[in-house]
Design a protein around this ligand. Structure first.
Ligand SMILES: Cc1cc2nc3c(=O)[nH]c(=O)nc-3n(C[C@H](O)[C@H](O)[C@H](O)COP(=O)(O)O)c2cc1C
Length: 173
């Protein structure tokens, strides 16, 4: 896929809420504006990469893109499972991700039980394993990409309004 690595960012919105309850892996959904912007060559399926919430720490992630054939969704979604235990939900926060590799296509399953066996252990482990088997040092470096660097608050434009400690502020930008 020539569009990989693919960087995107958006507010975390509510999905159907099945990720945590039924699958045991919480997923963060992107709004339509992010989903509809996906390049044509990013096919549906399961991807791995890096993710960060509101410019915090950067963690490994596994993402599902598509129509969730088991649930027969009518709208395409992008759902990210950040491989980290968070204490609270993060609806409304800004999620930044870079997708670096493809794991598998989406599948339909005969039962929720079969999907659980596949999705929960397999994909999360596969995402972790992909980092050792498929990853190039370059893919690992995306964790350090400027895309994940917190944006410093912009300085007021009128010079007279600038703080006297301008140099120290400039240093951290
Ligand atoms: C790593 C991962 C793999 C997934 N694989 C599939 C799949 O193969 N088939 C499918 O129907 N849904 C798959 N899903 C999507 C789940 O069905 C979906 O995350 C779940 O329904 C929660 O959606 P919700 O947050 O909108 O409730 C996968 C999700 C994740 C995070």
């Amino acid at each position: 896929m020539k569009s990989l690595p693919y960087f995107c960012r958006g507010e975390v919105i509510r999905g159907f809420g099945r990720g945590s309850k039924e699958l045991g892996i919480p997923t963060a959904n992107f709004p339509d504006s992010v989903v509809d912007n996906l390049p044509a060559d990013i096919s549906t399926g399961i991807y791995y990469g890096w993710a960060s919430l509101s410019n915090g720490d950067v963690y490994k992630m596994v993402m599902s893109i598509g129509w969730n054939p088991y649930y027969k969704n009518t709208k395409k979604s992008m759902e990210t499972h950040v491989i980290h235990t968070f204490k609270e939900d993060f609806y409304g926060e800004i999620l930044s991700v870079v997708m670096v590799g493809y794991i598998r296509p989406e599948r339909s399953y005969d039962s929720l039980g079969k999907m659980l066996i596949s999705v929960r252990p397999y994909d999360v482990i596969e995402a972790k394993v992909s980092w050792t088997t498929q990853s190039t040092p370059q893919k690992k470096l995306f964790k350090e990409d400027n895309f994940f660097t917190p944006v410093a608050p912009s300085l007021p434009s009128a010079p007279s309004a600038r703080p006297t400690t301008l140099n120290s502020i400039t240093d951290i930008t």
